[in-house]
Design a protein around this ligand. Sequence first.
Ligand code: SAH
Length: 532
Amino acid sequence: MKTTEKTGTVYLVGAGPGDPELITVKGVIRLNTCDTVVYDSLSSDRLLELAPRAEKIYVGKRAGRHSMKQEEINELLVELGCAGKTVVRLKGGDPFVFGRGGEEVQALQEAGIPYEVIPGVTSAVAVPASAGIPVTHRAVSRSFHVMTGHTLSDDGTLPPDFPEFARLSGTLVFLMGLGNLHPIVSGLLKAGKSKDTPAAVIENGTLPQERSVKGTLGTIEELAEREGIGTPAIIVVGDTAALDMRATMKQPLAGVSVCVTGTSGFTKKLLASLHGLGADGECVCRLGVKSYLDSEAMKEAYGKLKEYSWLVFTSANAVRLFFEGLEKYGLDCRSLGNVKIAAVGKGTARELRQYGFLTDYVPERYQVEDLAAGLEHMVKPGEKLLIPRSFGGSRILNETLDRAGILYDDVVLYDVEGQWREKERLEERLRASQYLTFASGSGVEAFFDGLTESERLAMEQIRVVCIGDVTARALEARGRKADVIAETFSIPGMTAAILKDTSGRECGQIISFPAKGKINEETEGKEDGNDS
Ligand code: SAH
């Protein structure tokens, strides 16, 4: 293939053995800045999220989908390079360890496309380590040897050099060997290894789903069969396989899988908080905000801002959009000179602070009921309120204000829409997870609106976590009771509720990751209630 003047660069990046945090810093930087990511099934979704603006091209095998041949992948990389793209070719483990990375490099060399190989933590070392097996250990094993267990010779027997490999005294590591466990074990015994030689098989190493069996060459086949060990798996044979150096510190949410719903900002922060405690989690339904700033009602409200004595915000989203509208309609903060401001909770108040405004009232509990009750006492006769909020906001606010004879304009500023993320995998994910989280009534609506009957059935075992009572009520209206309700209406509150539910114990302070950046207790969903 001919190259053009504007040639891109292809980075072959080792993604590490499974746990997304085991990628290199250099790999993360390349992901952050690339135009395209070419990835396969060993890559975690969390790594793809590190390339938010990049086009993502899947080239691996997944049930029911055509997978690309290696030659097609090589061609694709060359084409993208020729088109001037900065490409990350994400490869499980290390690109050069049975990853066919060498073939991709040769194709790029032939086409004259600039490239760089960024090594990764190979599963050959990291997966045994995760199961507590060091590949070398003083006085036990002075070498380790990595072999593919996949390539049998044409007649279905082991490769001709297998007996020499089998006679090595160091640790033997087989990748892609689970399907050939029997010929591998019998080949090793035939080559003279004792049936008492320690052996282990580790599935999904370094991931929350990691499982392993440990025994000897005499027992390992039966153990793997009995436990139903599946792929991807690594076989380790040698004296170090009898050692157990597994981490003594287990993360408190290790092994817990959570399906998260909510706005992009909220789900990212909640997932970061859950991942930081060792949970496995993914966003299944994302809420997007649709602005009503152009509506007649909003235009009118901005036109008569001076008539209002109070501005009432029930979500951080409403604050953001309201100030966007101020600019849009040629106004500035002076038009809010005499207005008092109420916010449903700390997150909303913090958002207001970003625009230079303090709040005159925030209820003790971040609930719309409490906000309504507080306003009832604070608003003076003749004062009028502007409540720019989401479509379908809680009626409790209106009912309380009506009862108290308070004047107000309740204007729709935005609505939220649900977007599924890989809907075809939803059912499988719901079945495999222990928790499903909702952070707003609108999140509940969007989720249930798009649910099929079999997906609904897949939810039976899952425990549903709500950020607060209003969300829980919205859930109940859809025929499902909340199993867990957060005590404080915040990301740390939700994390603590899951932690308490899994362990039955109270936790201290939850630190959310990343530590930097603000956390909105009120998520940006349809809000109101205690949410958003
Ligand atoms: N380049 C990769 C290996 C690719 S070959 C690396 O350096 O790790 C794919 C094989 O790697 C799988 O068949 C399996 O044997 C092994 N493997 C990769 N990730 C694994 C994991 N998390 N747990 C167990 N085995 C894994």
